[in-house]
Design a protein around this ligand. Structure first.
Ligand code: ASP
Length: 439
């Protein structure tokens, strides 16, 4: 058995956190490949090293003096190095960084240094090999991740190393320039390394004990999720449940490697297992609830719409022509509603309305704004009768008016549209009925 372990920024924010990480790695010889993020926040008002690097590089790009900010960044690493009692010096590395910043090496190069330097410190601390991600993770000319080349070169390299540290977040373009993934991208690197090393588990260590059934900012101390499938997670992350980068599931999913989300500050907790499929029933009928505010509904009415072939396509064409993606399209006999993101739609509103008029000649178009969508997700819903009924009676009791209902054909999720103002009340009502009163 072998494992890839990825540690997020808060797990590596200080020497003290590094020591916790060291203990976790030493506790299990199967933890052979380590993917670190850059040092994150040490306290609520602290700044992540990645953000310091972006700010520093912005000065360099404007030909302003960036020396003081770079010194602050260096001090963050020095504090870790000293706290761990290491003899390592990053002087040469910082000289190179200063030089490359002056030459305007690019924002991605700048941001990537957070992980690069943290990888060097981590490898020194653990006595593991250091593999620069620029030599094993590749992007194509268009800047898209090149999975085939990466997999080939990375797996060869890993086979040569018994234990190694591979910094997260970045790789190289065909011309050698550095390119990063989007923010939080070390999760993606962890998944790519797990695939190439063909490990049994990808452990993703963060500062929470896995996923919660609902957002803790809305529900106080929500129950945790023990096991979730990739598909369920995709539904929940799409609706805003964050902990893991959205793209992190794809590489491991292809290989059926499970992801275990763990808490560096509570290593005894089992965390959440993300798996392809499972016979394990979730404790509750639902696995999770997530949602987002800020949607608009465009209601289109036309007599005898039902018999007009191509009507739906033409409505959607009006959105396509304006580069707007739609979320849901519930319809009646003579009505059709399109849900879109309000911020995407707002400034194109009149263009879309006139396109709908031109393309479909409707009787009326009516726009409702400030709506929220809530996804109730669970593999258990398929085999349980009455789930939708329970959701709607809970919402009715909480005085929440339901604007829209959409059950995915997989029966894995039910999406509910409510007013923004009812968002929190609705989530509480659903949580209560499925989790609190289910006990
Ligand atoms: N350090 C990068 C960020 O702050 C990448 C990561 O932590 O995954 O987004």
């Amino acid at each position: 058995m072998s494992k890839v372990v990825k540690f997020g920024g808060s797990s590596l924010a200080s020497a003290e956190q590094f020591q916790k990480v060291g203990k976790i790695i030493q506790a299990d010889p199967e933890r052979r490949y380590v993917v670190p993020s850059a040092p994150g926040k040490r306290s609520k008002n602290d700044t992540k090293v990645t953000d310091m690097l972006y700010a520093c590089y912005d000065l360099a790009e404007k030909d302003q003096d960036f020396g003081a900010v770079l010194d602050q960044i260096k001090a963050r690493y020095q504090e870790i190095i000293d706290g761990l009692g290491l003899k390592l010096s990053l002087d040469k590395e910082f000289k190179t960084i200063q030089q490359r910043f002056s030459e305007k090496a690019g924002r991605d190069y700048a941001a990537s240094r957070g992980e690069y330097l943290n990888g060097i410190v981590m490898a020194d601390y653990l006595g593991f090999d250091f593999i620069d991600a620029a030599t094993v993770i590749f992007f194509d000319e268009e800047g898209n991740f090149d999975g085939d080349t990466t997999d080939r070169i990375l797996s060869e390299k890993l086979a040569e190393c018994q234990r190694a540290v591979i910094p997260g977040f970045y790789g190289a373009l065909p011309d050698g320039r550095i390119k990063t993934f989007s923010r939080g991208g070390s999760d993606v690197t962890g998944s790519i390394v797990a695939k190439a090393a063909k490990v049994d588990v990808y452990e993703n260590w963060t500062d929470v004990s896995g996923f919660m059934i609902a957002d803790p900012r809305i529900i106080a101390n929500p129950a945790g999720i023990e096991v979730i499938t990739y598909r369920e997670l995709r539904e929940l992350s799409y609706m805003g449940a964050g902990v893991l980068h959205e793209d992190a599931i794809f590489p491991v999913r292809q290989q059926g490697i499970p992801i275990n989300i763990r808490n560096t500050n509570a290593p005894e907790d089992n965390g959440t297992w993300i798996v392809g499929s499972t016979c394990q029933k979730s404790k509750y009928v639902i696995t999770g609830i997530a949602g987002k505010k800020g949607f608009c509904a465009i209601n289109i009415e036309k007599d005898k719409m039902n018999s007009e072939i191509g009507f739906g396509r033409r409505v959607l064409q009006a959105f396509e022509e304006n580069g707007i993606s739609f979320e849901h399209v519930p319809s009646g006999i003579d009505t059709m509603t399109v849900f879109v993101h309000q911020d995407e739609f707002m400034h194109k509103e009149q263009k879309v309305v006139s396109a709908i008029n031109r393309l479909t000649k409707p009787d009326t178009i009516d726009i409702e704004s400030d709506l929220a969508l809530i996804a109730v997700v669970g593999r258990g819903m398929k085999s349980t009768r009455g789930t939708a009924g329970r959701i709607f009676s809970a919402l009715a009791h909480a005085n929440v008016n339901v604007k829209m209902i959409d059950q995915g054909s997989s029966e894995l999720n039910i999406i509910i549209g409510v007013e923004n103002a009812d968002f929190e009340t609705a989530i509480k009502a659903i949580y209560d009925i499925f989790v609190l009163t289910a006990l």
